[in-house]
Design a protein around this ligand. Structure first.
Ligand code: DGL
Length: 279
């Protein structure tokens, strides 16, 4: 069956529920500046962290279809919640119908692959949204790949709203970050690495570092996902050829673009002029 989407080379799609995915996009563009990108944030419906499997799946599938319709052959779900709750169904079921030659990749697997090299005590902490933590995706993947590592998880339902509402530098953020770091570390004092398993959390990095014990390594996913994508494109030259190279990035949001653009500009450290889209 012929694909319903354009076969012409196109930008790489990067999707998140909101602003958090920009922390991944920024690192991807540092590592792979030559490609074109389309970023899509579903800000109008963020946060996803407390939503049901069905809704996260439906919203994520809508976003993937939108990016395919823009021509993207490769879409990165720069969102742990979507990677945990929607990626497998999209990869195993929907791609067959949509276009078996297109690819959707997530952020959990590359992080899990890397964690084995980062922990000495084999006791790893995980911060994530309630959805990511309850899905047990990290526990399951880490148990498969590194059976000697024990994972201690803690959900931080307040952190995404703090970031989405630009309160990540304020005193409210101090209160919640300290409370959640203390709760995680109380589970095991041998944790030597903490995965920031939500792409919004790098915006709280300084505060997490401030309240975590000094010897604990706080792991951001951006550089890990960027290196993994670079490796993927090297191993899949057929896909690499279908990614256009112009160094551009188009930003799209389901929110009002005039609300998205100024905040996104701070995240990526350059002027963003976003487009409003309806999924
Ligand atoms: N940034 C996303 C993640 O990595 C989702 C946050 C949310 O929408 O709750 O999990």
């Amino acid at each position: 069956m012929a694909s319903q989407y354009s076969t012409k080379p196109a930008p790489i799609g990067v999707f998140d529920s909101g602003f958090g995915g920009l922390s991944i996009l920024r690192e991807i563009r540092k590592e792979l500046p030559q490609y074109d990108y389309i970023f899509l944030g579903d800000n109008a419906r963020a946060p996803y962290g407390n939503r049901s499997y069905q809704l996260v799946y439906e919203f994520t599938l809508q976003a993937v279809k939108h990016l395919f319709a823009q021509g993207c052959h490769l879409v990165i779900l720069a969102c742990n919640t979507a990677s945990a709750k929607a990626l497998r169904s999209i990869q195993q079921r929907d791609l067959q119908d949509l276009d078996p030659d297109r690819r959707v990749l997530g952020v959990i697997r590359p992080t899990v692959e890397e964690i084995g090299n980062l922990t000495r005590t084999r006791k790893v902490g995980l911060f994530g949204t309630p959805g990511t933590v309850q899905s047990l995706s990290y526990d399951i993947e880490i148990a498969k790949m590194h059976p000697d590592i024990k994972v201690f998880s803690h959900a931080c339902p307040m952190w995404v709203p703090l970031v989405e509402n630009r309160e990540s530098d304020g005193p409210g953020a101090d209160y919640f970050v300290k409370k959640d770091v203390d709760a995680l570390m109380a589970q095991c004092n041998e944790i030597d690495s903490i995965i920031l398993g939500c792409t919004h959390y790098p915006l709280l990095y300084d505060k997490i570092k401030k309240y975590a014990p000094a010897n604990v390594n706080v792991i951001e996913q951006g550089p890990i996902v960027a290196r993994s994508l670079k490796d993927y494109l090297k191993r899949h030259p057929d896909m690499e050829e279908r990614c256009t190279k112009g160094g551009t990035c188009k930003y799209c949001t389901t929110e009002d673009a005039s609300r998205f653009s100024p905040v996104a500009s701070i995240f990526v450290n350059q002027t963003v002029e976003a487009h409003h889209v309806i999924l």
